[in-house]
Design a protein around this ligand. Structure first.
Ligand code: 2M8
Length: 417
């Protein structure tokens, strides 16, 4: 018996707060959206009931307009900022007011397949309905012009909070706030591994702006000083859309399937239009300046997950990925090594993250690069077995960084092992 499997399961059990899993104790004491989707896939390997519970508890936070928030504050905690009083939302259960990458339907299909018969449809259907409402929200609230790319109004929505991808767009956001910024994160982990104070002031400025809009999507769209049609989120949405369409057909929901297929087709074309051969990557678009976001980050490779790319395009992506990973102890870096914005220990500005690797591994396999996928899988497993279930890893030294006993790293280990 591999003792790491046992440890991974123990971490998930220790982070259980009653049907939902916190990312890690103290640093993140609530339920996070995409963390829970990854965690549910981990549970699906050995406890299908608990896997469904994870998604069911997340959906308790779903808003009437279909949005599934990025944090659900099921129970109070003083160890995190910003808490519910900063968000000022009005849902029955306190939640944040923004969203996160829609991994949910990808997880749901996996759960449904793992449940195989055994009451699966009864359990899957309400979650399928919730996912469909969320996808409709993405297309109406975050792509009102019907471009096929969905936009983020806050860096936290990307899950890659302080990525160099936001440096230009975030610099336009004022660093003044009406809300006192009382950080708790730097009390739990080294400040050098976290976003800077200035980033936090801008993050909170945006929260203040949207709270003043009463969290109305149309008003927020109008007032947003940060608006990026984002390639990683859109690529995840497309893969989730494919899985949702698959479930719709399975449940004979023909009208739904047609609607979802139309979303998917539009998005497929829109992503392809973001391919930049001179960069060997896909790019996001800053909707305020109208310019490409050229920062060299992992996001540009995530379309591997949801597109069947031409051999030439996939080959160019893979060569570029290999160039970034060369000489690193742990792949895959979230920022291109060596460039000015690269910081190998600072959170989303360079470190390797097991869940990003998970998405890339699936994408490499889909696009006929099983050998590179296997290398990345081994690199991820080795990093975890050497350093433990850290939030992320310094790609140069391999050091485990950020929070420890981390749920999505445990889930990724179970899935990739
Ligand atoms: C990090 O983000 C939160 C805000 O959502 C934070 O720093 O306070 C990110 O790594 C995000 O992707 C993740 O979902 C969250 C919980 O693990 O932590």
């Amino acid at each position: 018996m591999n003792m790491h499997i046992d440890q991974a399961k123990r971490i998930l059990a220790a982070n259980d707060r009653g049907g939902y899993t916190v990312p890690t104790d103290r640093l993140y004491p609530f339920q996070w959206n995409w963390d829970s989707a990854f965690v549910a896939m981990g549970f699906a390997l050995y406890d299908i009931d608990r896997a469904y519970r994870e998604l069911e508890r997340l959906v308790e936070g779903q808003w009437a307009d279909g949005m599934i928030p990025h944090i659900v504050f099921h129970a109070p905690s003083e160890t995190y900022f910003p808490g519910p009083n900063v968000w000022r939302t009005t849902h029955m259960i306190p939640t944040s007011g923004i969203t996160q990458p829609p991994v949910f339907a990808i997880a749901l299909r996996k759960l449904h397949e793992a449940a195989a018969g055994n009451d699966a449809e009864t359990r899957t259907l309400p979650l399928y309905e919730a996912a469909l409402r969320w996808h409709r929200w993405w297309y109406s609230a975050r792509d009102p012009d019907g471009t096929g790319l969905v936009a983020l109004l806050h860096p936290w929505e990307s899950g890659s909070d302080n990525s160099p991808a936001w440096d230009i767009a975030l610099a336009r956001v004022p660093s003044t706030t009406d809300t006192p910024v009382v950080r708790k994160d730097t009390g739990h982990v080294d400040a050098d591994m976290r976003p800077r104070d200035e980033d936090y002031r801008r993050f909170i400025h945006l929260v203040d702006t949207y709270a003043a809009c009463g969290w109305d999507p149309a008003k927020q769209w109008e007032k947003a000083s940060f608006k990026v049609a984002e390639i990683q989120t859109t690529a995840i949405l497309l893969k989730a859309g494919e899985d949702l369409e698959h479930l719709a057909r399975l449940f004979d929901r023909t009208e739904d399937a047609i609607e979802i297929a139309a979303f998917n087709n539009r998005t497929r074309k829109a992503i392809m239009a973001q391919w930049r051969p001179d960069l060997s990557r896909f790019v996001s678009r800053d909707l305020i300046s109208g310019k490409d976001v050229e920062a060299a980050t992992q996001a540009g490779f995530i379309p591997l997950l949801s597109l069947d790319l031409d051999k030439q395009v996939a080959g160019a992506l893979v060569s570029e990925m290999k160039a970034w990973s060369k000489d690193l102890k742990v792949a895959f870096p979230t920022t291109k090594p060596g460039i000015a914005s690269w910081e190998p220990k600072r959170y989303w500005r360079g470190p390797a993250w097991a869940i990003i690797n998970w998405l890339l591994i699936d994408g490499l396999n889909r696009n006929g690069h099983a050998d590179v996928a296997e290398e990345l899988r081994r690199s991820t497993i080795a990093a975890i077995e050497t350093e433990g279930f850290a939030e992320y890893f310094d790609p140069v030294t391999g050091q485990g960084c950020g929070g420890l006993g981390f749920s999505w790293t445990a889930a990724a280990y179970l899935w990739l092992e």
